[in-house]
Design a protein around this ligand. Structure first.
Ligand code: KIV
Ligand code: NA
Length: 265
């Protein structure tokens, strides 16, 4: 079980092998999907929603992201672990951004970080890459900018926005990012970008033309019922499985069916 590297992801793109990515935020889940053979685990700032119950990703802190990332690193042997840099930590002050990136890598053992944004943060990205930290860019829909856009709708539908997106992707490749996450953009645009650049793209709601796919683990496992965007495919119904198991357990406790003799000392 050799560790996946950023170089290997590039080779996978060259060889046309799609890259499988899921999010995780804890040791146990990371261990399960790592042993299942996932290529990359992203510790997303979606932890703000899935783990803490906040309405947006804006309120998760660097300390909290470090806590979740460390747990995932502890559970992972083979997959490449990428940690999200939360809102406000990479925003136009390269030395401050580098400090935050170093903390993330040093305190967690993550392999790489992911940063939302394009040309606006190019100096930050450059500084971090120069320090030897692998960076994945995150473009298209950027949930940390929800208050700027006011909607989680598909991005890059208009020509001007598509043009800026393509330019940002080219810029990020020139700066030396090892990959680009493309969130919720038209499939044709994502496919075009993926063909134009030599680093791998990972899509979420971006069609089949990207070099890999990512989904949020709670969504994939069907742990929630209230989030059903068009791009989501559920691979299990853990909401029902866990509900029934909990109800069964409650029932057994109430009726003294648990514990029985063999389960007692
Ligand atoms: O926070 C997150 O879960 C993400 C995904 C798109 C990977 O950024
Ligand atoms: Na994120």
């Amino acid at each position: 079980r050799k560790k996946i590297t950023t170089l290997q992801l590039k080779k996978m793109k060259q060889q046309g092998e799609k890259i499988s990515v899921l999010t995780a935020y804890d040791y146990t889940t990371a261990k399960i999907i790592d042993e299942a053979g996932i290529d990359v685990i992203i510790v997303g700032d979606s932890a703000s929603n899935t783990m803490i119950g906040n309405p947006t990703t804006l309120s998760i802190t660097l300390d909290q992201m470090i806590y979740y990332t460390k747990a995932v690193v502890n559970g992972t042997k083979r997959a490449l672990v990428i940690a999200d840099m939360p809102f406000g930590t990479v925003s136009g002050n390269p030395l401050k951004s580098l400090d935050a990136a170093i903390r993330m890598i040093q305190e967690t053992g993550a392999d790489a970080i992911k940063i939302e944004g394009g040309a606006e943060i190019m100096e930050d990205v450059k500084k971090i890459i120069d320090a030897g930290i692998p960076v994945m860019a995150h473009l298209g829909l950027m949930p940390q900018s929800i208050n700027k856009y006011g909607t989680y709708a598909v991005r890059g539908k208009e020509e001007s926005e598509a043009k800026k997106l393509i330019e940002d992707c080219q810029l990020m490749e020139e700066l030396g990012v090892f990959g680009i996450l493309l969130e919720k953009i038209p499939a044709d645009l994502a496919a075009q970008i993926s063909q134009q650049i030599s680093i791998p793209t990972i899509g979420i709601g971006a069609g089949v033309g990207t070099d890999g796919q990512v989904l949020v683990i709670q969504d994939v496992m069907g742990m929630n019922k209230d989030f059903s965007p068009k791009f989501l495919r559920r691979y299990a119904d853990l909401y029902t499985i866990m509900t029934e198991a909990a109800q069964h357990y409650i029932d057994d406790v109430k009726t003294m069916n648990f514990p029985n003799k063999t389960e007692s000392y």
